[in-house]
Design a protein around this ligand. Sequence first.
Ligand SMILES: C[S@@+](CC[C@H](N)C(=O)[O-])C[C@H]1O[C@@H](n2cnc3c(N)ncnc32)[C@H](O)[C@@H]1O
Length: 349
Amino acid sequence: MAASHKLASFRLPPLPTVGELIKLYNLRAEKQLSQNFLLDLKLTDKIVRQAGNLRGAHVCEVGPGPGGLTRSILNAGVADLLVVEKDSRFIPGLKLLSEAAPGKLRIVHGDILTYRMDRAFSGKISKQWDEDPPNLHIIGNLPFSVSTPLIIKWLEHVANKTGPFSYGRTQLTLTFQKEVAERLTASTGSRQRSRLSVMSQYLSTVHSCFTIPGRAFVPKPEVDVGVVHFTPLVQPQIQQPFKLVEKVVRNVFQFRRKHFYKGLEKLFPEASRVELTQEIIQRADIDPTLRSTQLTIPQFRALCDAYAHLCSQDSNLINYEYREELREINQERRKSKQLGRNKKTKTVA
Ligand SMILES: C[S@@+](CC[C@H](N)C(=O)[O-])C[C@H]1O[C@@H](n2cnc3c(N)ncnc32)[C@H](O)[C@@H]1O
């Protein structure tokens, strides 16, 4: 009881403001790194409230920068905050915060795209997948060029219960360019319905929290920003391997303005394309005149199940699929070689 009271009442001692820190350490935002800072603590508090009650929680903040959001997370009474920041210029300012919140803030100088979050927290906080979510949250205001690939990567981790989701159904509160936030949460039939909508919604409850106007950031980005909250579902709405779902969904959304089956054709080798496309549509029992944006998640499930069935029946299809997959794996390898050139992860405080 006494411990939880201590957690609830934690406030950071008086510190230089985030704006003063930026001046003190000469933390100019790097435009080519899409750095836009939030200096208004009312706004950062509002983002943190979207994550729910963080008293006694374990939190990972991605891309803390000069630490505005970091202060709000600490003030919410968390037990433990781990921040992962790629740009070394921000580390001294974060160390100042760490000294003001003894034993609460761990700083990692590293890249969140390669960071092994499954090793970052004690296994003691883990929950079974079908229990309530663990008291572990990921919060972040990252550059848009990072947040979109990151959410795809984390959705794959949700599907496989790995990475941040090796602790259970870890919740995420993240910012995205407003248009991306709209796509993530778009329902069937809406103009914004896209691959991202289906991939995020078949695996998690996705909730659009609020929009932050671009003018609230320093420097101002040219777009507005949406805050989105994700809670992984106990049972994914499609029970096929993530890569298979991703392939079907990507193909279906290839030609947004045409009937959805046009994109499906690309799943099959040319010789059997027409016949297998007909078969998958029949098996899934979907009106072929629908457009991709009009399909529901149960219809995507039916398509994925039918495609998995066809692959299991036809070895030529598997070979075709295998060749396609090899091509993708090689592409991925090339990408991660580039990523490997980034600095190594290092805990600095
Ligand atoms: C848009 S700024 C936001 C900073 C701070 N969260 C705020 O709201 O004021 C994004 C931050 O993420 C950091 N960042 C960018 N890419 C990153 C990556 N791959 N891993 C970790 N941090 C990254 C940047 O250096 C920068 O500090």
